[in-house]
Design a protein around this ligand. Structure first.
Ligand code: G3P
Ligand code: CA
Length: 326
C-alpha cells in the first residue's frame, strides 16, 4: 500500500513510475467511476443527457437518485422538492406551500425542464444528446432502458447505482428493486449496486431482492468512523453506527463521505477484510491538477469506486494511475 501511496504522490507531481502491480481494490480490478447524478458538472443533473455524456466520458456506472411521484412513479431526482433543478415554479403554483415531488403526478413532472445547477450548463462542447427528451425528468425505467440500449448497441457493460431518496420508505425501496428486476439488472456481475443512507433500508433492499433471486451488492451510506479494529459507518438517518461486521451480513459495500473522520487506508483495508467495497463521495475537482491530487491517493489506498460530478477527470486520473503501477 505504501508503494501505491508513493506512486500516487509521484503521479500528482508528474513523475512516471514503472513496474507491474495490480490495484489494491477488493477485486484487484481498476476502481470504478460512478457518474454522480450523471456528468452533473457539465449538464443538468439526473437527465438522460447528463447520463449519456457521462458514458461518453468513460464512466462505468451512472447514478440515479430516486423519488416517488404523487401517482407512484419512480423519477430520477435528488431533492424531495422540484425547485432547485427544474422550472416548476414558472409553470405551477405551490402545493402544500412547496413543490414536493410527492405532490405532483408523473404527467405534470414530465412537462418540466431540468435546469443546470452549479458549474453545469445547457450544452457541452462537441456533444449532441441522442435522446429527444435529454433534459426532461426521466423515470427510473427510462434510465434503465437507456443504459440497456447503450450496452446492447456498444457492447459496453455500463451499470446503474440507484439510491432510494426516501430511505425509510419500503414502498420506494421495493419499487426500485422491482424496476431493476424488470429491466434485467439483477446480478452482481453487472457493475450495478443499490444504495441507501438508511442501513435498515439498505438491509431491507438486500433481503427483498434476494427473495426475487437477485444478488446485487447493496451499499450502506454514511460516514466512516472509528479506528483500527473497530471501524464502522455512521447512519445519518438514525445517528447510530453500524460496525463493518454487521454491515457485511447483508451489504456488498459502504459508500462513505470524503469528509469522514476515519476514511483512511486502514479503514479501506478493514472493509476489504470484511468483504466490503469502499465507494467515496463526492469528488468535485475543478481542474485536472486538483483531480490528480484528489483521486490518486484514494486509488492508491484501494478505494473501489468514486462518485464524481466529473467522470472525465476521474477516468483520466485512473488511466494515469494504471500506467504508473504497470
Ligand atoms: O449516494 C452517494 C452520494 O450520491 C451521496 O450524496 O446527496 O448526492 O445523494 P447525494
Ligand atoms: Ca446519491
Amino acid at each position: 500500500m505504501l508503494r501505491h501511496i508513493l506512486l500516487a504522490t509521484a503521479l500528482v507531481f508528474g513523475a512516471v513510475p514503472v513496474s507491474a502491480q495490480s490495484f489494491s481494490t477488493l477485486s484487484g480490478h481498476a476502481p470504478l467511476v460512478i457518474a454522480h447524478r450523471g456528468a452533473s458538472a457539465y449538464l443538468p443533473e439526473h437527465t438522460l443527457g447528463a447520463y449519456e455524456l457521462a458514458i461518453r466520458m468513460g464512466a462505468d456506472i451512472v447514478e440515479p437518485d430516486v423519488q416517488l411521484t404523487a401517482d407512484g412513479a419512480l423519477v430520477a431526482m435528488h431533492d424531495t422538492d422540484l425547485t432547485r433543478t427544474t422550472d416548476v415554479a414558472s409553470i405551477f403554483a405551490p402545493r402544500n406551500d412547496a413543490y414536493n415531488v410527492s405532490d405532483f403526478t408523473l404527467a405534470e413532472i414530465k412537462t418540466l425542464t431540468v435546469t443546470p445547477t452549479g458549474p453545469a450548463s445547457t450544452d457541452h462542447l462537441g456533444f449532441t444528446p441522442g435522446s429527444r427528451d435529454a433534459f426532461k425528468v426521466p423515470t427510473l425505467r427510462e434510465v434503465l432502458d437507456f443504459v440497456t440500449a447503450h450496452n446492447a448497441a456498444s457492447g459496453d457493460a455500463i451499470g446503474v447505482y440507484p439510491e432510494s431518496k426516501t430511505p425509510n420508505r419500503s414502498e420506494l425501496s421495493r419499487k426500485i428493486v422491482d424496476a431493476l428486476n424488470a429491466a434485467g439488472f439483477t446480478t452482481a456481475d453487472q457493475s450495478t449496486y443499490l444504495q441507501s443512507f438508511s442501513h435498515a433500508g439498505a438491509e431491507e433492499m438486500a433481503r427483498y431482492q434476494n427473495t426475487l433471486g437477485m444478488d446485487l451488492p447493496v451499499a450502506a451510506l454514511g460516514a466512516a468512523v472509528g479506528d483500527k479494529g473497530a471501524f464502522g459507518v455512521r447512519d445519518y438517518t438514525t445517528d447510530r453506527t453500524s460496525s463493518l461486521e454487521a454491515l457485511a451480513q447483508f451489504a456488498g459495500g459502504v459508500g462513505v463521505s470524503l469528509d469522514s473522520p476515519s476514511l483512511t487506508e486502514d479503514f479501506i483495508e478493514s472493509a476489504h477484510a470484511h468483504g466490503l467495497e469502499v465507494h467515496g463521495w463526492t469528488f468535485r475537482p475543478k481542474s485536472i491538477a486538483e483531480a490528480r491530487a484528489r483521486f490518486a491517493p484514494y486509488f492508491a489506498m484501494g478505494m473501489d469506486a468514486v462518485f464524481t460530478d466529473y467522470p472525465d477527470l476521474a477516468v483520466q486520473v485512473r488511466t494515469e494511475f494504471a500506467e504508473s503501477i504497470r
